[in-house]
Design a binder for this molecule. Structure first.
Ligand SMILES: Nc1ncnc2c1ncn2[C@@H]1O[C@H](COP(=O)(O)OP(=O)(O)OP(=O)(O)O)[C@@H](O)[C@H]1O
Length: 365
């Protein structure tokens, strides 16, 4: 991503989910071209982050296929669009792997891990910095997926395990940060997918200019990366491999302890959520001021997201804002976060260099 030439869009409460997806869709072509991508929803509790990322709450979670009027959110739409793009260019032999973690009370839990009897359970993991400087979660389970519906099946499984707790502000409040990582491995080819028309699958409304800003969901799209350089081809065709990561992040909501009515373990959850979001804001502050030290390790959330916050990924931040006057203080705090994010000056996003080997981790047997 580049923060420098990123765009700012504002969506009203009545804006359709497909319109919001319009800003995410071009990033998928970038993913296929080898860029790391992160799409992150930030905002106070109950402001619509999970709705934006996943869709309306249901016990079954988001289910594909999409119907055109569907309220499904970014993640199921990403799943469908990604596999549509892949089906258009199967010669690159793309492979998709998925891992799902939550950061709960400043601990990382692997939501695809299976125990000795193959029952799915959240297993605690550690984030570490690999020799090449990239952040990795040790022993993280991942699964190969061959279709959008399989990908969403895994997401639904992860959502079943995600920590939730009712509060006075939101009856179905997520108490953890959810991070879905899609790793795409493709053979490097000379023809970039960047010029493929993602908008071919988008509704007309998304191609129209002048989607005027109204109060409600506000988004900051940092998509001003320099044009991707084509990967040099070779006469033998596609032999090298490019690995790119897409991180889809539904953050837990910031909340005012007095309003949420949290006590006991819920109070600890709230404190951990607020601390990790403050750490995220601190990292953005340090990046925007070009400080020598960026405090990524003050929280597992920021350590985990280090590569897409300070690295060479393309990042899109969706700021969800309550239209209610009652939440004015949290709204101002959220806008402050957005301003900080906009002030970060980033260099151009870089695509992953091809390598002859993939580094993907597989689900342990
Ligand atoms: N744009 C929207 N249109 C219709 N309903 C919405 C919209 N945004 C949010 N909602 C509804 O508002 C409620 C709260 O939204 P959601 O669960 O997405 O909040 P959240 O920000 O993820 O909260 P938390 O951080 O506490 O988990 C849900 O019932 C959701 O369906």
């Amino acid at each position: 991503m580049t923060w420098t030439s990123g765009q700012l869009r504002v969506y009203g409460p009545a804006e359709s989910q497909s319109a919001v997806f319009g800003d995410v869709c071009p990033l998928l072509t970038s993913l296929l071209d080898g860029y790391n991508i992160c799409v992150m929803a930030y905002g106070q509790t109950g402001s619509g982050k999970s709705y934006t990322m996943l869709g309306p709450h249901s016990d079954d979670g988001p289910v594909l296929p999409l119907d055109p009027q569907s309220d499904l959110g970014i993640i199921p739409r990403v799943a469908e669009e990604l596999f549509r793009l892949i089906s258009e260019n199967p010669s690159r032999n793309p492979k998709v792997e998925v891992s799902i973690v939550e950061v709960y009370n400043n601990d990382i839990f692997d939501l695809l891990a299976k125990d000795s009897i193959a029952a799915v359970s959240g297993v605690k993991r550690e984030v570490m910095t690999a020799k090449d400087g990239r952040t990795e979660v040790a022993l993280l389970a991942s699964e190969a997926v061959g279709s959008a519906s399989k990908l969403m099946e895994l997401v639904r499984g992860g959502l079943q395990l995600r920590a939730k707790h009712p509060t006075l502000v939101h009856a179905d409040s997520s108490r953890s940060h959810l991070i879905i990582t899609v790793t795409l491995t493709t053979a490097a080819c000379s023809n970039s997918t960047a010029d493929q028309a993602c908008s071919a699958t988008l509704p007309r409304e998304q191609t129209e200019a002048g989607r005027a800003g109204r109060a409600g969901r506000s988004r900051r799209a940092s998509q001003g990366a320099s044009a991707p350089q084509p990967v040099p081809g070779n006469p033998a065709g596609c032999v090298e491999q490019v690995q790119a990561r897409l991180q889809l992040v539904d953050l837990a909501g910031s909340e005012c302890i007095g309003m949420s009515g949290a006590t006991g373990s819920a109070l600890r959850e709230t404190a951990c959520i607020n601390r990790s979001l403050a750490a995220l804001a601190d990292v953005l502050g340090a990046l925007s001021e070009h400080r020598d030290h960026v405090p990524y390790r003050n929280s597992r959330l920021t350590h985990l997201l280090q590569d897409c916050l300070g690295g060479d990924a393309k990042l899109l931040v969706i700021l969800c804002i309550s239209p209610s006057q009652r939440h004015l203080a949290q709204t101002l705090q959220g806008l402050g976060f957005g301003i900080r994010a906009r002030q970060v000056q980033r260099g151009p996003a870089r695509k992953r260099p091809p390598s002859s080997q993939t580094e993907g981790k597989r689900r342990p047997d």
